[in-house]
Design a protein around this ligand. Structure first.
Ligand SMILES: [Cu+2]
Length: 320
């Protein structure tokens, strides 16, 4: 009986690891019929996979097998037929000490590795750049404060366009987040309307995007490629249709992308400037007589003018 149970367990484990190893995994996206987690391309994800595969999975497998064997022994050796006269004893002090201490030790082992990983997540190296990711119903907005790239919208790529481009539908976007390879990128997340969550499995990163507060996480990707993720907080009817696409490129390609993205940035400024220039002209023309009197309302109007003018411009830019 014991041999049979052990045989089943060994067979199951072999099949599990065999399938996991055999699956020809796509990088950065889910693989059909694959088992296990997606391949990691950041130190955080690699350590999370180690924690899962080498610490948690063996422990939980051993516990499951052990309990199953005990159950089978009870069922077959101590049923009414095989054991008509049950033993009458109760309490066994050494046994009770063991089954109290062993689970404690197991939890201590898990805690040591778990806390090590947790500290690693919080211990961000000095970031090369910061990206602000804002969750909207139902798309993402990305802003690059360091590169002075204003927020742009990343929408889901429609099915026909995704098929034509040969990219995965519901994962590909109209405008991916672009970051350089081998650089620490800090992600600041926030929500504009309801709670969303920014998650990319290959990076081992998931962070809530909560309205009214800013959360921070980080990643450092060691491989050039395209990595997909999705919103991970039920945020409304189109929750499943706000994917995340991150293009990790070489430093040269990133610099070129930044240079190409930048000219779009000053577009908002002329509008604001024109509105600001137009605002003082109007009161000046309306009240030409006292020079000192016109200067005061003009100055008061001036700082106020760019704000309402730039707001609709920003809102229009943010609309998908
Ligand atoms: Cu969402």
């Amino acid at each position: 009986m014991r041999a049979l149970a052990a045989g089943i367990a060994t067979g199951a484990l072999t099949a599990f690891w065999g399938a996991a190893a055999m699956a020809d995994e796509l990088i950065g996206q889910p693989t059909d019929k694959a088992i296990g987690m997606v391949a990691g391309v950041t130190p955080l994800k690699k350590d999370a996979i180690f924690f899962h595969n080498m610490i948690l999975l063996p422990i939980i497998t051993l516990i499951t097998v052990f309990v199953a064997v005990l159950l089978l022994i009870c069922i077959f050796r101590f049923n009414k037929k095989a054991n008509p006269v049950p033993a009458k004893w109760s309490h066994n002090t050494p046994l009770e000490i063991v089954w109290t201490l062993v689970p404690v030790l197991i939890l201590v082992v898990i805690a040591v590795f778990s806390f090590r990983l947790l500290f690693e997540y919080h211990d961000m190296p000095k970031p090369y750049m910061t990206v602000k990711a804002t969750g909207y119903q139902w798309y993402w907005g990305y802003e690059y404060p360091d590169q002075k790239i204003p927020e742009f919208v990343s929408n889901i790529l429609p099915e026909d366009k995704a098929k034509a481009a040969g990219v995965p539908y519901k994962l590909a976007t109209t405008a991916p987040l672009v970051v350089p390879v081998n650089q620490t990128v800090q992600i600041l997340t926030t929500g504009a309307d309801v709670i969303h969550a920014w998650a990319v499995p290959s990076f081992g990163v998931i962070m809530d995007a909560v309205p009214g507060r800013v959360n921070s996480t980080w990643f450092k990707v060691d491989r050039i490629g395209t990595y997909y993720g999705s919103c991970r907080e039920l945020c409304g009817v189109d929750h499943a249709f706000m994917p995340i696409e991150v293009k990790v490129v070489s430093q040269a390609d990133f610099d070129a992308w930044v240079a190409a993205k930048k000219p779009a940035a000053p577009a908002a400024t002329p509008t604001a400037n024109a509105a600001a220039a137009g605002a003082p002209n109007t009161p000046a023309a309306a009240a030409p007589a006292p020079g000192a009197a016109t200067a005061v309302p003009a100055n008061q109007n001036n700082p106020a003018a760019p704000a309402p003018a730039s707001k609709p411009a920003a809102a229009a830019a943010a609309k998908p």
